[in-house]
Structures are given as structure tokens and as C-alpha cells.
Design a protein around this ligand. Structure first.
Ligand SMILES: *Cc1c(COP(=O)(O)O)cnc(C)c1O
Length: 360
């Protein structure tokens, strides 16, 4: 069986030795030494001075949305994981779906500009599959309309734009450290900002609004993470460079073996260095996708339709949106298995099955 992904696991001994410390100190959660250390290391690696480690990426996004402080509509991408849209709706915002660029799969700034009006209070783009959005264009829109840009950078650990971590961009940026992501702490997430004052106010929200044991500065929620989770993150961190290197060569092998076929790949944005966290393939038709998917599954190989359906078609989205590029890509995209232990022979078999079934 070849799954779409397998969580990276560090040597058991390095996880155990950190967990042993947790047993000894008895400090399991509530900003213990390991969670604090992981937060600091992530800040150092990404060169973002203000980082909040959270329980998962979804709560990170929900807390980040509180920085908007206004009710209204938020422009977002229809081509992302459901959490990008569901978090907006959960927080009481109405999503407005702009269309994507069919080459990079990221929100198209021109389409965003067409959707701008006085009711829009924020923009939530996703750096899809670890590929940077048109960051300069969004910065311009953000300034001109005085609305924050909150990037869903859930896929972006290790991705860079102009040589810098993607977490450095936007009013705020959030990531996920879920077990399926390229770097993980089993469950986990983080909020990033270059602006210290924003992160300070969000840090109270992450801890029920507590200001000391008896004081409260405002409304909050439980957005913390534990030292057991941080132990996993800290045990994996030393392998990050190796993980990124292996991903790059695996993605290169897929491209090499599939490039002569009638399929398309994601175009990497100029100045972006992707972390190759996924390997999406676009087929000419959804029929071709179905043929390939069924033949892979018959051989015990499980690709995933990331992302299908297009999020504007979610049952709790009331309005109709014209996003032809997103709907077309989402009907034809299949992510092939990609994880650290995936062997080149396994990639060879996958590519052979794609080749045999891509044309009817
Ligand atoms: C994984 C993911 C999330 C949610 O992160 P969790 O840590 O699973 O809550 C949000 N957005 C995108 C694009 C994701 O892929």
C-alpha cells in the first residue's frame, strides 16, 4: 500500500529523551519549556520575531482573524483546504471567492481587485502547496484599501520568497504543524507577524484572555499546545533540511518521468523556492483523472484530489461565485503520493500507471 502521505517520524530515542524530561518536570502544558523552545526555534528559523505556537493550524487562523476587529466580508481562495473557508464562516465572516491563477493555483490579484469594495475587511489567500502568492501585488492591495492580508501558509514550512521565509509576509501568517504537513508536531500550528503589537494582543486570546491568574484583558479561547507535541516537533527539527532535500529530488523525479505526458504541473511563482510539500498533477479532463486514480487504487496506491470540490461550492456558502479557473483546476487535479520514505521504485510504478491510463 502506498498512501498519499506518511508522517515523518524521528528516532524514537530522541522523542523519548525529551518526553522523559516532561515526566520529570511534570510541566505537561501551559507554556512548558519544550513548547517555549519550539516557538523560539521556529521564530529563529523563519526570522519572524513574533510567533505564537498553537494547538493546530485551524485555531491559529481563527485567532488571527480576530486581529481584523471588524465585521464584514473577506476575500479568499476557492482552491485550498476546507479549513481556510470554514474558519472564516466559523468566525462570522462572509467569504467572497475571487478566482485563482490556473498556473500557480494561488489567488489571482486582478480577480481580488475586481471583488474589492467597502464591505471587504480582509483578504485570506493560501500559498497553495507551498508556492508563494503574488506577495507584492497583495501588499499593494492591502495598502491601497487598508485591509489586512492574512496568509494561510499551512503548507509553507521551509518555503521561501526572495530568499526569506514565507511566514514573514502579510499582516499575519499562519501555519499548520499537523502530522501530514512537511514539518509537524503531531497536532500544532503557529501564528506569525512582523508586528509585535498584533501578536501581543493575540497572545492573550490564545490563553482565554488571561492577564495573570485573576485578570482578563478580553475574550479568549484555548489555543495552546502541549510539551508532548513540542517534543515531537523538536525531535523532527534537526531533520528539516534533509526532509526538504529529499522532497525536492522526489518532485524532480516525478516531473522528469511525467513531463512527456498530457499533464500539467504547478508553475512556481517567480522568486519563490517551494518546499515541494505536495505533487499536484493537472489532467486534461476529469475523465483522465478518474481513469488514473482508479488504476492507482486498484494497485494499492492512494492519491488524493487536493483540492476538490472548489470551496465556493461548499453547502454553507449561499452565494454563487464565478470562479472558472478554480472549478476547472479542482476537477482535474490529483496529488500523487509524496512522503520522506517514498522510494524511487515506487515513484516509477506510480508514473508507469499514470502513463498507461492517462490517454483512453
Ligand atoms: C492543514 C491545513 C489547515 C489546517 O491545519 P490543521 O493544523 O489541520 O488545523 C489549514 N489550511 C490549509 C491550507 C491546510 O492544508
Amino acid at each position: 500500500m502506498i498512501p498519499i502521505t506518511k508522517p515523518f517520524l524521528p528516532p524514537l530515542s530522541s522523542y523519548q529523551s525529551l518526553v522523559k524530561g516532561v515526566f520529570e518536570s511534570g510541566h505537561l502544558t501551559n507554556y512548558g519549556p519544550l513548547a517555549t523552545q519550539l516557538e523560539k526555534e521556529i521564530a529563529g528559523l523563519s526570522k519572524v520575531p513574533n510567533v505564537l505556537l498553537t494547538g493546530n493550524g485551524t485555531i491559529a487562523l481563527q485567532i488571527a482573524l480576530k486581529a481584523i476587529k471588524k465585521r464584514g466580508k473577506i476575500i479568499t481562495t476557492p482552491f485550498s483546504y476546507v479549513a481556510t473557508s470554514s474558519s472564516l464562516v466559523w468566525e462570522g465572516y462572509e467569504p467572497v471567492f475571487a478566482d485563482i491563477d490556473p498556473e500557480t493555483f494561488n489567488l489571482n490579484p486582478d480577480s481580488v481587485i475586481e471583488c474589492m469594495n467597502d464591505e471587504i475587511v480582509g483578504i485570506v489567500p493560501t500559498h497553495c502547496f507551498g508556492n508563494a502568492c503574488d506577495i507584492d501585488a497583495f501588499e499593494e492591495i492591502s495598502k491601497q484599501w487598508e485591509v489586512p492580508v492574512i496568509y494561510d501558509a499551512a503548507h509553507c514550512f521551509g518555503s521561501k520568497f526572495k530568499g526569506e521565509s514565507l511566514f514573514r509576509f502579510g499582516t499575519l501568517s499562519i501555519t499548520s504543524l499537523h502530522a501530514t504537513k512537511i514539518f509537524h508536531s503531531v497536532e500544532g500550528g503557529a501564528i506569525f507577524s512582523m508586528d509585535e503589537s498584533i501578536i501581543e494582543s493575540l497572545s492573550y486570546m490564545r490563553n482565554f484572555g488571561h492577564f495573570g491568574p485573576e485578570g482578563f484583558v478580553g475574550l479568549g479561547i484555548n489555543g495552546k499546545n502541549s510539551d508532548f507535541h513540542a517534543a515531537m516537533g523538536l525531535s523532527i527539527l534537526p531533520f528539516l533540511d534533509e526532509i526538504l532535500k529529499v522532497r525536492k529530488s522526489q518532485a524532480g523525479l516525478y516531473r522528469e518521468k511525467l513531463s512527456h505526458l498530457p499533464v500539467k504541473f504547478q508553475a512556481v511563482t517567480p522568486y519563490c523556492e517551494s518546499n515541494h510539500s505536495y505533487f499536484p498533477v493537472i489532467f486534461e479532463s476529469s475523465d483522465a483523472l478518474t481513469r488514473v486514480k482508479e488504476s492507482l487504487e486498484a494497485n494499492g496506491i492512494y492519491p488524493r484530489r487536493y483540492f476538490y470540490p472548489s470551496l465556493n461550492l461548499l453547502p454553507y456558502v449561499q452565494r454563487k461565485f464565478e470562479v472558472p479557473a478554480a472549478e476547472s483546476i479542482s476537477r482535474r487535479v490529483l496529488c500523487l503520493p509524496l512522503f520522506h520514505d517514498l522510494k524511487s521504485e515506487e515513484q516509477g510504478l506510480i508514473c508507469e500507471l499514470v502513463e498507461r491510463n492517462v490517454e483512453s
